[in-house]
Design a protein around this ligand. Sequence first.
Ligand code: N01
Length: 533
Amino acid sequence: MSEQRVDAVIVGAGFAGMYALHRLLKENFQPIVFEIGDNVGGTWYWNRYPGARCDVQSMEYSYTFDDTLQQDWNWSEKYAPQTEILRYANHVADRFNLRPHINFGTRVLSAHYQEDDQEWLVSTDDNKVYRAKFCIMGTGCLSSTNLPKFKGIDLFSGESFHTGDWPHSPVDFSSKRIGIIGTGSSAIQSIPLIAESCEQLTVFQRTANFSIPAHNRPLDKQYAASIKESYPTFRAENRQMFAAFGSHQSRWDDSIFDVDDDTRQVRFETKWQEGGLGFTSAFGDTGASKQANDIAAEFVRNKIRTIVNDSEVAELLCPDQVLGCKRVCVDSHYFETYNRPNVQLVNVKEHPIEEITAEGLIHKDQHYQFDMIIYATGFDAMTGSLLKIDIAGKDGISLQEKWQAGPRTYLGLCTYGFPNFFTVSGPGSPSVLSNMIITIEQHVNWIIDCMTHLRDNNLSTIEALEEAENDWVMQTNEIAKGTLFPTCNSWYLGANVPGKPRIFMPFAGGFPAYAQICAEVAEQHYRGFELSA
Ligand code: N01
């Protein structure tokens, strides 16, 4: 089998893969990208379910690397819908002439490090083999769908879809009885729209979720123009924010216990009316103090009780975990949807779904009859797509073996034993706790600067030191322990996938602190890495 030699293999043509490709081309490297999908966009290519949109505002969720790009592109809504984000991804691919370097419809099967040659041998499902000095994994954090192994799942005779792998042609809900399993962000975004156009919708809820209204609307043209006037400043301000977005929203850092109850209610109401993920920045201590969090959580529960007419349904929809412990959802009329006569909520917490049948599903001895079942059951997050590839580093040790007890990285960028192998927004980095495009740019810039440094200094490899990795894993765990994040069964912890090691995967110390550490590491001659000729 012939082997093609390239400088770098990039896996994935989402926002990470596209930017890595663009930067490598500018630096005169010879990269090649492999993408399973037939087009660019990554998560926005697959997640086409009704209502899919970003929960970070459109003026903030875009590339920052090219000022004319950000001046030229016009967003239409406060929160961009999936269709528009996908159009943007396509625009970027065309504008920077990326497509000739992307092999679409191609899955990377394996990447094996060849110690003698200091190269990666990469094989793809079209029976081709590539030799590359570097591997950059832009495989995404939420791209490997999690489909629970329900008994009888293959027996269902109606239509069935996973929100994360939605059909590319329109799905007709009219006159259909539909069951949807899951009440995470994907379900919360899609349920209101599906309910409007189907005959009967039955929602199977295991864990009620916190959701804050988006108050989505057409983007105010004056607001967009004012941001564009000083886009670099706006971006710089956002990079100083914990999650790399939200600098223009109201926020307070004081303790909830420093103000009286009236002030708390006014402040929560302000944040509720503003809408979106910023709700958690009403006070400085709701992410770390359980007592403070309880007060914020009760405000949201009271909102649900006010919105939902049936008090039993309202109570079922009230979450009992810590607010923000699972990612907070952002919705358009989610709770209101339960006031519709054609929507029913079924609690599957104490009694799991028993089985899927040809006609529907069985729960607590009741046989529900459906024309369509929608699995809104989430993802094998952060590690799922990486571990699907047969990746082996030095001494033939596989990444699966190395991460058996949970992912181990240095800075979320590299892992000991795997030279010249980089992960973009991987476990151990702020990743899903931050504005993903900003995090992606920071990671890609670090990686490409590092590759350029190696080339300019006649160095061949960079590898994380075991001790630096151990320290980083310890530091990441310690930071997470100081928050309320590990207190519930979230996908951040891998708790949604049976058998997955329970480790809090993202770095919870905030984007600014993290970016500074990465910059210092590079300035200090790649502290914690071994660079070799
Ligand atoms: O997935 P989820 P998602 N029986 O894991 C339930 C991002 N995102 O696709 O909570 C019954 O949150 C599960 O129950 P439980 C965003 O970061 C972003 O909705 O595990 N139910 C849960 O209710 C988000 O956080 C946007 O008890 C089962 C649901 O399925 C992330 O993607 C939009 C079950 C899965 O919820 C994931 O969201 C959409 C079972 N066996 C998504 N197994 C934006 O706005 C699972 N569930 C950018």
